[in-house]
Design a protein around this ligand. Sequence first.
Ligand code: PMP
Length: 443
Amino acid sequence: MVTPIEQRFIDKHQGSADRHEIAKDLFPNGVTHDARRQDPFQLYYTHAIGPHKFDVDGNKFVDYWSGHGSLILGHSHPAIVNAVQNQIAKGTHLSGSTDLEIQWGQLVRELIPSAEKVRFHSSGTEADMMALRMARAYTGKTKIIKFQEHFHGWSDYVAVGGEGIGGIPKETLSTMIVLPPNDISVVENTLEENRDVAAVILEPTGAHMGLEPILPSFLQDLREVTSQHGVVLIFDEVVTGFRISRGGAQGFYGVMPDITTMAKILGGGLPGGAVAGRSEIINMIEPTGDPQWDRERRIAHNGTFNANPLSAVAGIAALELVRDEAINEKATAVGNKLKEGLNGLLSKLEIAGCASGVNSLIHLKLGSNHDCDGEICILSHEELQKTTNSIRNAQLNLALLNHGVHSGTRFILSATHSEEDIEYTINAFESALLELREQGSLQ
Ligand code: PMP
């Protein structure tokens, strides 16, 4: 049965409905990314500027997906547009080295405190794959510890513990150890019992872009324990890099990993990834001249689009702005306003839940009554289940789209979101939540 919210969604988005009919025969589920699956259909967008985007039916949205987290400058920032327009006429691939890659690499080193040396890739998935290779090659050990629900791209090893592991050899998965986060004694015991651990990898603000937060003290404990055991500590800063602060989560919390992976903001909205960290680890790519070492220990690494000029110019423009202007501060300030507004609305409507998160990564957790400091809100498994009720959240997402907000329950802020956008968003939430209540979807 179609709910009133779904009916409004269908009526308002006919152009997208028509396109979905074509796309569903062309792509699995009609989409090109798992996170874009949406019932009854995904929307088709045409263009975007600042914090806003537009669909094929002429609807306007305040966008909190922000290019899956890559757009802290908002959409189509003039500096990025100029940089890309200039470069595209000069060549998109020169099959060789450029000044641009030096500039881009220097900016990474300048901003990310633990970066001594850098290697570029084309995505976060690739960067994370390389980080595991480097840790394994460097230590000569095999196992990797990751934490429950932490996301590190879609490659074989890191898919362990999640859904959709079809096609991955069980031997591959058996080299991974999945632990609950925020309990250092579990990590210590695992390292005591298992001497074949090469690395610990984590999202430093927590799983799903901080939905399930990591305690800052756990980061510190991890640093100590991994150092004691000679285990490489990898921060996956694909989302948090250049966002939680200019220097990522490591800069914000003052905890230095051995390796950092980056993507998203790194490429200024174009594809890009990087691994950076201690020189002796990153240098596992360099041949030494010792034939045995070079064959068996060295990491071979190619990649047609590594440090390609278009991504490089966009990345340079983005990182220079992040370095020189109050980009992070602005995104955090509107993030705080949004949290305040949403929490006020929940009280007003007497709906259980909270809006919480660190700086410009905010999550709305509906349906659970709990104490929350607005920042690091750690819920028990049971309470978290209530907040991720997929039927309610799917209705909310559609209702919000009907009211011109693309967020669902997660908000990735940019420096271009204004107080007006926040006000608009809170009003849209009020209408959407009342509609959910009216049709009986607000459990
Ligand atoms: N790590 C984290 C923490 C991510 O959130 C993502 C993507 N959302 C990735 C890695 C993978 O990056 P990409 O999509 O660029 O491959």
